[in-house]
Write a protein that binds this ligand. Structure first.
Ligand code: SF4
Length: 281
């Protein structure tokens, strides 16, 4: 049977630190509790399947000889089959977006100018005895300027300009910048977001489009990166073995309920009947 690439999360990636930053209790429910399970919604399924399709597309592009990988379309079908019915339901949408992606003239032009260096490769950054792992979606050399770029695939219903600006202060992207400059020095070109806009789930003819956007480098955020990682890694270590009732919560109006809906763990933290916080385990 052909190989299916793992396009999932890395062992101790930025997602863990970000979860603790957002709310230590969220970290507990996501990474310590044995009941931990991630909420699966249509956006997550579409994003995950398209990531798999992208991983297979660029991995196959990098091979000069035979390989044993699923084709991108078969990889997405196989992942959906393994995950279950909810995933299979999203396949028509996902395959439609993928077909449009490979036929897009701008995508084709971009692909004709890149050399694929790494796909779904795990890099490690050491910070004061702590390891931070990064699973890079794609690393390329752009033949137009000869420089190396990290490319991160982002799927979204709609892409807005502010979305990219937000990534300038994201630890995940700052980590890529730090790592890229360590590894390739002046040969490093920076970070590219490869947006796949799928148009959401309501419109009968969703607006599908693709664009690649550079993430701006911020020296002040890079200077703050090491102390930030060190601070949160020490806190995580301090709380790693504590029971839930000792975990702090971030008690603001932005955390449990936010603009995208409720926190994945809302039901675990609140008593549904009287809205009183639960007492924990
Ligand atoms: S529901 Fe609120 S308190 Fe509970 S994990 Fe989420 S953000 Fe933290």
């Amino acid at each position: 049977m052909p190989t299916l690439l793992n396009a999932g999360r890395s062992p101790f990636g930025w997602h863990r630190i970000q979860s603790f930053m957002q709310c230590p209790t969220k970290y507990y429910h996501s990474y310590i509790s044995k009941e931990s399970n991630r909420t699966v919604n249509r956006s997550l399924i579409v994003g995950s399947l398209l990531h798999t399709g992208m991983a297979h597309r660029y991995a196959i592009m990098s091979y000069k000889e035979d390989h044993d990988l699923f084709s991108p379309i078969d990889a997405m079908k196989e992942q959906a089959r393994q995950e279950g019915e909810l995933w299979v339901e999203q396949l028509p949408k996902v395959l439609d977006v993928y077909e449009r992606y490979i036929q897009d003239a701008d995508v084709q032009l971009w692909e004709s100018n890149i050399e694929v260096l790494f796909v779904e490769h795990i890099f490690t950054i050491n910070i004061e005895n702590y390891e931070l792992t990064l699973r890079a979606d794609l690393v390329i050399r752009d033949r137009t300027d000869g420089k190396v770029y990290f490319v991160d695939h982002k799927t979204s219903s709609y892409v807005r300009e502010q979305t990219t600006q937000g990534y300038e202060s994201s630890g995940q992207f700052i980590a890529y910048q730090v790592l890229g400059e360590q590894l390739w020095q002046d040969q490093f070109g920076g970070l590219v977001i490869n947006y796949l806009q799928h148009g959401g789930f309501v419109a009968k003819t969703p607006t599908v489009k693709f664009l690649r956007v550079n993430v701006q480098r911020s020296q002040s955020h890079m200077d703050a990166f090491t102390p930030s990682v060190y601070f949160y890694r020490r806190l995580i270590e301090q709380y790693q073995d504590k029971p839930l009732k000792q975990f702090p919560r971030v008690q603001t109006e932005f955390t449990c309920m936010h603009k995208y809906g409720s926190c994945d763990h809302y039901d675990k933290c609140f008593n549904n009947n009287n809205n009183k916080p639960s007492q924990g385990e």
